[in-house]
Design a protein around this ligand. Sequence first.
Ligand code: ATP
Length: 381
Amino acid sequence: MLEVSDLTVRYGQHRALEQAAIRVSPGEIVVILGANGAGKSTLLKAISGICEGLVTGTVHLDGIDLSGMRPNRIVDEGIALVPEGRGVFGDLSVRENLVLGAYSDRARSEEAANLDRVYTLFPKLRERGPQIVRTMSGGEQQMVAIGRAMMSNPAFLTLDEPSLGLSPLLCKELFQNLAKVRDLGIGVLLVEQNAKQSLAIADRGYLLENAHIVHEDTANALRSDPAVQAAYLGAGGAAAPHTYDDITVTHPDLPPPDLPQGFTVTRRKARTVSADTLLGQSVADLVAGASKRSVPAPRSASPPQVSTDRIETVLRDIETAARNARNRTRTPERLDVPAPTPSANPVNPDKPEPPVTIEVYRAPRVEVYRRRPGGDDFERS
Ligand code: ATP
């Protein structure tokens, strides 16, 4: 049994968690629901011993007090964390990522058996062993992250918003996989904002609001609780509309994506812009305008002549690249925009235009904080 009692976390003067008490049994899925900033990640980090704040209270695993233990010792005791953002090594292969998960004492001697268990759980990972992880889809990378945590042979698996950024179909697969982990007798502590799907597989749940656990119940009871429905499931218990980063509905004539029951995709209205509005603008302005979903003002009073169809195609693909780039940190988004019909070349109508290549980069941001000597306060360097 994993038991958290009276857990309080302070970041300087800010109290991110107040006297939290939760428990998770082996073979049970427990979900923590809460809004942004409620303290969910803080709770998981405090359990795993990696919280930057001042932590008080206790965490017990099968009666052993983990409070104050180093993070690697906590993994040795049997708690594995799948952090928000997955934390996979993108430049390593699937197999290398998995093997790295087996560094703990409790797992090292059973690496082969654990690898086999992970491959049985996720057969796709066996097939994809040599694949470099950053070339995989978001859902597949999440599978690698869970597989790597499972390689430490945990008694309890904790996951920080694993469904973030995944399409409804991939979410469904993810939650089904977590149910399989539970069926192995492993306790699963899941922090989620996707209340509908997480409650569908969970046994129990807690509501975390403004650093306080305010409610605890069975998943079934939470699902039918009017307050939970209003706060987390949308009015009347129906799923609130979601927008998903990896579903792009770019054209009103395209059929809707294949969504599981209860999910809706908010379709954006097709944007109609006049070619004259766009002419003479730099690609940087177009990307900025596309990501803000508005069209920047024209720069040039006498723009060159380019066909409307061509501009529409390029603009649509820039918008897709900009949206996809939000989830990628290293690799540039490359788009080869197909050339339009030969007659669309305004310079030489007999010669088809060459494809346009667009690259969108997202620079990684590193923030450095310095702890003031003798205090809990941080200052940004
Ligand atoms: P989200 O769903 O947005 O990830 P959360 O419920 O996981 O939110 P936490 O990340 O636990 O919330 O943060 C709880 C509060 O503590 C927030 O107000 C956050 O700004 C603050 N906080 C988190 N980490 C730190 C830190 N390292 N230093 C200072 N404040 C922090």
